[in-house]
Design a protein around this ligand. Structure first.
Ligand code: FAD
Ligand code: MLT
Ligand code: ZN
Length: 463
């Protein structure tokens, strides 16, 4: 392997490697049966797929280090996989590589209630972490629909965003410490979680959002936020994206505002069809905004006052405070991803533009896509406050390159990001220069080749 371009298929097959891996993790955690390995070989959408050599499931940091060491010696690439819910092909192996599954790294230490932090294994799912911290009055600052399957290691590695970013920031803002196995097999441990610590390069931040290209995260120290039980959700019908942005601008005055999500009739139709639910309003509207407030005391008065102050911007609204009603409203938004997939494999593009440009960008997207894929169906939704749009294009797999180019170039023309929260993965690698300068990409390459000169970890992801 050399120059970060390792492709394991090219490496000589060394049968000893399986023997070594089996002795490191125990034979029951080395998966070689093609039928069993298959579920690790394709991504959540079914768009990306490749044959792995085997899957290895280490149960400790020491085992991860030994696995990385054995693969490095055998010159076989390692592809890191958490919950495999990533949407840019980053969790899918390259042909002939070893898939390193983190799912057994799920230990959790007692909550540090004084610091308001917890140290947790990278393979723990978000939902199972929520179940532990919420009864103690804490919550995880990042949340989204893949919570039952996505791991905290995957969330950190993609710097996941989700539905609470306007209040708590992205995953990088939650990660205050990290333990990782580096490509040379060494273990970097920085788990103190000190809020103030200016002793040199910030390795914790560097590994967050690195998409598994610089190290295998084995443990994380996460800051926790208060768990607010009192919640109010409003689903608001508006005339368009400008009105949605205005509404969110006004609602942002509420300190309890936690989420502001956007969707449109095309997505709502799919959700109603595939999730088997009725539309929220008697009539269809051009756009919908879901707002959630959370506080110590019932925030519904604040939320209702904000809706009233918004006046004509609100065409219609429905509010829920009880858990069942809130979940029903959230389902209209959170069922989008699965409902879109139920229609077919989409070209998924996760982008962001400056908030002021959001209405114009949304208006231009259909024409830009139609010009290159006339039969394509566009389903848009996203996180309004961050100008983050999920551009899902159905019936366009034959034109995926042209669709990707059209959307990403439009976004770049607004100074936007070609990846707001899902990462670059394999899907957007070729387009990185639309969001990052030549000089920035050169620095990233230098970092990659300094830490992983052989290109052992996640070849083909990001760079
Ligand atoms: P995987 O998919 O397994 O991996 C993702 C990447 O991280 C890969 O490059 C992988 O190699 C790397 N990786 C995984 N674990 C480690 C580790 N321990 N060390 C080093 N590298 C690692 N994302 C958002 O940001 N916001 C959303 O609102 C959102 N909603 C979603 C809703 C649904 C229904 C689905 C299916 C996905 C959604 N996602 C969202 C995508 C999101 O990226 C993932 O859900 C999550 O962050 C990935 O976690 P994972 O454990 O599944 O990682
Ligand atoms: C979401 O916000 O629901 C996601 O990021 C998932 C998607 O883009 O489909
Ligand atoms: Zn999202």
């Amino acid at each position: 392997m050399s120059d970060g371009k390792a492709q394991s298929a090219a490496a000589p097959f060394d049968a000893d490697l399986e023997e070594q891996l089996g002795s490191i993790v125990g034979d029951s955690h080395l998966l070689v049966d093609p039928d069993v390995v298959a579920s690790y070989e394709s991504d959540w959408t079914g768009r990306f797929r490749a044959r792995a050599r085997c899957v290895v499931r280490p149960g400790s940091t020491a085992q991860v280090a030994a696995v990385v060491g054995a693969c490095r010696a055998a010159e076989v690439a390692v592809c890191v996989q958490g919950g495999n819910t990533g949407l840019v092909g980053g969790s899918v192996p390259v042909p002939g590589s070893v898939v390193l599954s983190t799912l057994r790294l799920d230990e959790i230490e007692p909550i540090d209630e004084v610091a308001g932090q917890v140290t947790v294994g990278a393979g723990r799912t978000l939902a199972s972490l929520q179940q532990v911290v919420r009864p103690a009055g804490f919550d995880v600052g990042v949340d989204f629909a893949a919570r039952e399957s996505c791991t905290v290691g995957g969330m950190a590695s993609t710097n996941a965003g989700g539905e609470r970013v306007l209040r708590y920031g992205t995953m990088r803002a939650q990660v205050v410490g990290v333990e990782a196995v580096m490509p040379d097999g060494s273990v970097v441990t920085r788990l103190a979680g000190l809020p103030k610590d200016n002793t040199g390069y910030d390795l914790v931040s560097l590994l967050s959002g690195a998409e598994g290209t610089l190290g295998v995260i084995t443990r994380l120290r996460l800051r926790l936020v208060p768990w607010f039980v009192a919640r109010a959700v409003a689903l608001v019908a508006v005339e368009g994206v400008s009105e949605a942005v205005e509404l969110v601008r006004a609602a942002r005055q509420l300190p309890s505002l936690e989420a502001a999500e956007l969707f449109f009739p095309a997505g709502l139709d799919l959700v109603c069809r595939h999730a088997g639910v009725n539309p929220p309003f008697a009539a269809a509207h051009p756009a919908y905004v879901l707002l959630e407030c959370a506080d110590r005391d019932d925030p519904s008065d604040d939320l209702l006052a904000a809706l009233e102050a918004a006046g004509d911007i609100v065409s219609d609204a429905t509010v829920a405070t009880d858990a069942r009603g809130r979940h029903a409203l959230w389902a209209y938004r959170e069922s989008h991803t699965e409902s879109i997939n139920a229609e077919g494999i989409p070209v998924k593009l996760d982008v962001a533009v400056p908030l002021a440009a959001l209405p114009e960008a949304v208006a231009k997207l259909p024409t830009a896509i139609e010009a290159v894929a006339p039969r394509a169906r566009l389903i848009l939704f996203g996180h309004v406050n961050e100008g983050n749009l999920h551009v899902n294009v159905l019936d366009a797999l034959d034109d995926d390159e042209a669709v990707t180019e059209a959307v990403l170039k439009l976004v770049a023309s607004y100074g936007g990001s070609i990846s707001a929260e899902h990462g670059v993965g394999r899907a957007k690698r070729e387009w990185l220069s639309l969001s990052r300068s030549t000089e920035e990409i050169a620095v990233m390459r230098s970092i990659k080749s300094a830490l992983d000169p052989a290109g052992l970890l996640n070849p083909g992801v990001l760079l």
